[in-house]
Design a protein around this ligand. Structure first.
Ligand SMILES: [Zn+2]
Length: 132
């Protein structure tokens, strides 16, 4: 069988000691470029992407599980993500993990945000934007 699929990735594992936490933080932030001129802290490690790698989310491996780097950054600081909430980007830059650029929202917030920022296109056949 493949690796176990985590039931819940809304919190950091509860057995993390302060020493381990420090170690994880060092490992995590060593993969981040905090010098970008736009104020974004961009992930320099592996990225997840279905389309354009330049705009893909960071991928962080921890205990053989893959985490979205921006979610992991949120967890490092705030410990948990409320149920059904997503970690979204104010800066609209998926590889960014700057905590000051992240906020919590719902799926609906995400698509409204995407629409406002012109990220959602129109359906090619109908010409209609898929989210009202
Ligand atoms: Zn940013």
């Amino acid at each position: 069988m493949g690796r176990a699929i985590p039931k819940d990735k809304d919190t950091l594992p509860c057995d993390i000691t302060p020493e381990l936490y420090e170690h994880i933080c060092l490992k995590f932030w060593s993969k981040v470029n905090r010098q970008a001129p736009n104020g974004c802290w961009e992930w320099t490690g592996i990225r997840n992407s279905y389309t354009d790698l330049k705009y893909a989310y960071g991928h962080f491996e921890f205990r053989n599980q893959g985490w979205i780097a921006s979610r992991f950054a949120w967890l490092l600081i705030y410990d948990k993500i409320p149920k059904n909430k997503l970690v979204l980007h104010k800066c609209d830059n998926p590889p960014c993990v700057n905590p000051a650029h992240l906020f919590l929202g719902t799926n609906k917030d995400n698509s409204q945000d995407a629409k406002r920022k012109g990220r959602l296109g129109r359906n090619r056949r109908t010409g209609i934007t898929p989210v009202p």
